[in-house]
Design a protein around this ligand. Structure first.
Ligand SMILES: [Zn+2]
Length: 482
């Protein structure tokens, strides 16, 4: 730790004493550029000393405050120049126009006065008050960096060492988000994603540029703004539209203004943020994960769509998480070995549920399918059963689904969840893919029916016990046939 404090001192000297010979040599050797803040980065020819300096720079960078004199070298949005505020861009809810991001401080002042008409429309009031007490830039001496941890602004080993010691202790506190993520009800792979997200560790283009993995930090969707986590998952136009359609208008302003940590905390602990008013925390976790996956598929495979398909995928995952939960709750052992199976659950308010099933009689080779539709109170609305000639079990299951979808669609029901006990078919429908060429036309038709723009649908795999009415209808058909 003491060694790291020494490295911090060296990187501070590189920043503040550019005319020293050893600084000039190092900056030339490692291509640090001509900017007032050197470009500290690892290169293929880095010596161990340089590596240590670059690592220490990350800590130093967070503890600089710029003292404004002519306002030319310091950047208004990106450099920390307001005491105890850090970089302004971290405090702004709205996106800053990209061309303005690198503007110097003196762009926002003229004739020795701050240009409040430009500043107040974007910067929060409490920060404006802090800007107001800083002398606006005027011609003369250049800006210079101060070490914010010491009273006099000069770097000292003592303050560097104390800072690292405190930081070490902070690492030991458990982030309060951790508990929210830990208790989140969905699958572990999404929990792991949420945890990474809460640590700000997604490789957005902004982060990739920061790590010198790319030259451009632009958002791959809109190409207008740097791609930060919040821009990618919430503020980019497509993402914003996605959320606007599903969250309660009363909370829009909060939803779209708070920072990453508060945003996660709030969404993972409230169930009444969505329009539906149910299971929001599950929906939210699945949705941010899907938005990120969609972003990656845009970048790596050039395939994207924040559209009906995405909402359908999310609803489907949410249904299966909820189903699995009620299954686990119902799985109470009464006596050793005796297990009470899961029972059918009515859908959420405003939804209808269709259970379908197909069956295949191995002796006669005949297939049949059946299904029934019930409302949110569990009341029977409509049922069907039908023989579909010789084929196989997957074919029968898929036909059952196809007929169930038609029936729900003819009744003009706005929100429908489909359940079946064939995991194979559910996987085919959610992925839109099958290796069975015979099934693929029927699958294509089902997928396009489910994604029809006028209704909201989802599909879930349920255990046979929860699907027994549909099962009964199907087998009844087989009996009649035989
Ligand atoms: Zn964008």
């Amino acid at each position: 730790m003491l060694n790291k404090a020494h490295m911090m001192k060296l990187s501070w000297q590189i920043l503040t004493q550019p005319s020293k010979l050893w600084v000039k040599i190092l900056k030339a050797k490692y291509n640090c550029g001509m900017n007032i803040i050197p470009n500290f980065r690892h290169t293929s020819n880095s010596s161990p000393l340089w590596r240590a300096i670059v690592n220490a720079w990350d800590v130093v960078k967070g503890n600089i405050t710029w003292v404004i004199r002519d306002g030319v070298d310091s950047q208004f949005w990106r450099h920390p120049w307001i005491p105890n505020v850090g970089a302004l861009e971290d405090h702004i809810a709205a996106s800053i126009p990209r061309e303005e991001l690198n503007f110097p401080v003196n762009h926002y002042a003229s004739d020795g006065l701050w240009k409040w008409d430009k500043i107040r429309s974007i910067v929060p009031n409490d920060i404006c008050d802090k800007i107001a007490v800083i002398k606006p830039p005027s011609q003369g001496a250049p800006d210079f960096p101060c070490w914010k941890l010491s009273i006099d602004g000069y770097f000292s080993l003592k303050t560097a060492y104390e800072f690292m010691e405190n930081q070490h202790q902070e690492d030991l506190y458990i982030n309060p988000i951790f508990e929210k993520v830990w208790h989140w009800k969905g699958p572990n792979r999404i929990k792991a994603f949420l945890w990474k997200l809460s640590q700000g560790r997604l490789l957005t283009n902004e982060e990739r540029r920061h790590r010198n993995m790319t030259n451009s930090d632009l958002c791959p969707r809109c190409q207008d703004y740097p791609e930060s986590i919040m821009h990618c998952l919430r503020d980019c136009e497509d993402a914003r539209e996605f959320w606007t359609n599903i969250i309660n208008p009363e909370v829009w302003s909060k939803f779209f203004s708070i920072g990453l940590n508060n945003w996660l905390d709030w969404n993972l602990s409230n169930d009444n943020i969505g329009n539906d008013g149910n299971n929001w925390s599950i929906f939210f976790g699945v949705a941010v994960n899907e938005l990120w996956k969609d972003r990656n598929s845009l970048v790596f495979s050039n395939i994207s769509g924040i559209d009906r398909n995405l909402l359908f995928k999310i609803n489907t995952q949410v249904s299966s998480i909820i189903n699995l939960h009620s299954f686990q709750k119902n799985l109470v052992t009464r006596q050793p070995g005796e297990v009470v199976a899961v029972s059918w659950k009515p859908p959420l308010d405003g939804w209808h549920k269709v259970n379908v099933d197909g069956s295949f009689n191995t002796i006669s080779g005949s297939t049949a399918c059946g299904g029934l539709l019930r409302n949110q109170h569990g009341i029977f609305v409509k049922g069907f059963y039908s023989k579909i000639g010789s084929s196989n079990a997957n074919w029968a299951e898929m036909w059952a689904l196809r007929i169930g979808i038609r029936i729900a669609q003819n009744l003009l029901l706005p929100k429908v969840v489909f359940e079946m006990d064939s995991k194979v078919i559910v996987n085919m429908v959610t992925s839109g893919h099958t290796n069975n060429a015979y099934l693929s036309p029927l699958l294509g038709e089902i997928v396009s029916l489910l994604q029809h723009p006028n209704w909201e649908t989802s599909i879930a795999h349920v255990y046979r016990e929860a699907n027994q009415c549909a099962d009964f209808l199907t087998n009844k058909e087989l009996v009649i046939q035989n």
